[in-house]
Design a protein around this ligand. Structure first.
Ligand code: G1P
Length: 287
């Protein structure tokens, strides 16, 4: 089994980032000098992914423009001798083979992923959710791919979250294989307190076998009346092996204002161009 394709769902209104997301796709909101989706595509590329499908919706054409060539801008930068910027802008268009498809009706994450069927065929593929920005030594998607390829099955990225937060996520019943790797036995999306299976939650990264589609196609609307990927995963893990990896690295939820600020500060601190300045600035703040 080889994982060479990735799917990035980027439809959705971005209600937690309104009013900015009214006119700017939330995936294009700038985090430490790059739009959020830049970090997601880079993680996929750094994980060995060659082809990427981004699932968009109305009002998201800025994402396509960002990953396209920009001949007028590039010739202006060339004329003014701004070679570093020119190279950077040009390289973004060459990061990966990126295809776009539009989800015309927003019926949930599972419904979005179904749009990838003609792109992935029966091949296994990674899914990276745009809100979840990772900082890790080994890209989180790569960590999942290594396990999915080794065990030849699906593998989802998890962490233990606070009991007070688990109802915002999917909750998993798992059995340990090692201290970081688990067999998944059951999943539930956004459980009420009496339905929580454990505090292990999927945090925005998946490697899935092509078998997921038959469960997505038969999925009934779940939490929020939407077709939930988690419900299809629950059906899939009854049929074939599924792993959960407690990945190494930090995850920031850039889809809400506090997570976005956390990601901005942490990624700026990791950027040698601005980290010293930022540290000095923060030291000088009187709070
Ligand atoms: C989605 C998934 C959920 C997952 C979460 C964090 O929820 O449906 O299972 O735990 O992302 O990655 P959302 O944040 O879109 O409500």
């Amino acid at each position: 089994m080889k994982v060479k394709k990735a799917v990035i769902p980027a439809a959705g209104f971005g209600t937690r980032m309104l009013p900015a997301a009214k006119a700017v796709p939330k995936e294009m909101i700038c985090i430490a000098g790059r739009p959020a989706i830049h970090y997601i595509v880079k993680e996929a590329v750094d994980s060995g992914i060659e082809d990427i499908l981004i699932i968009t919706s109305r009002g998201k054409t800025a994402i396509e423009d960002y990953f396209d060539y920009s001949p007028e801008l590039e010739s202006r930068l060339e004329m003014s001798g701004k070679t570093d910027l020119l190279n950077e802008v040009h390289e973004i268009a060459e990061m990966a083979n990126i295809t776009f498809i539009r989800q015309k009706e927003l019926k949930g994450l599972g419904h979005a992923v179904m749009h990838a069927k003609s792109f992935t065929g029966d091949e296994p593929f990674a899914v990276l959710l745009g809100d979840d920005i990772m900082r890790s030594d080994v890209p989180v998607t790569k960590q999942l791919i290594e396990n999915a390829e080794k065990y030849e099955c699906s593998c989802v990225g998890v962490k233990c979250v606070d009991s007070s937060d688990i109802s915002k996520y999917s909750s998993l019943a798992v059995e340990p294989i090692t201290d970081k790797l688990f067999d998944v036995k059951k999943l539930i999306e956004k459980p009420t307190p009496d339905k929580v299976l454990s505090n292990y939650a999927i945090l925005g990264r998946y490697v899935l076998t092509g078998d997921i589609y038959s469960f997505l196609e038969n999925a009934e609307p779940g939490f929020g009346g939407e077709i939930q990927l988690t419900d299809a995963l629950n059906a899939l893990c009854n049929k074939e092996r599924m792993l959960a990896l407690e990945f190494e690295g930090e995850r920031f939820d850039s889809g809400n204002i506090c997570g976005y600020m956390e990601a901005s500060i942490q990624l700026a601190l990791a950027n040698p161009e601005v980290s010293e300045w930022l540290k000095n600035y923060m030291k000088g703040l009187t709070l």
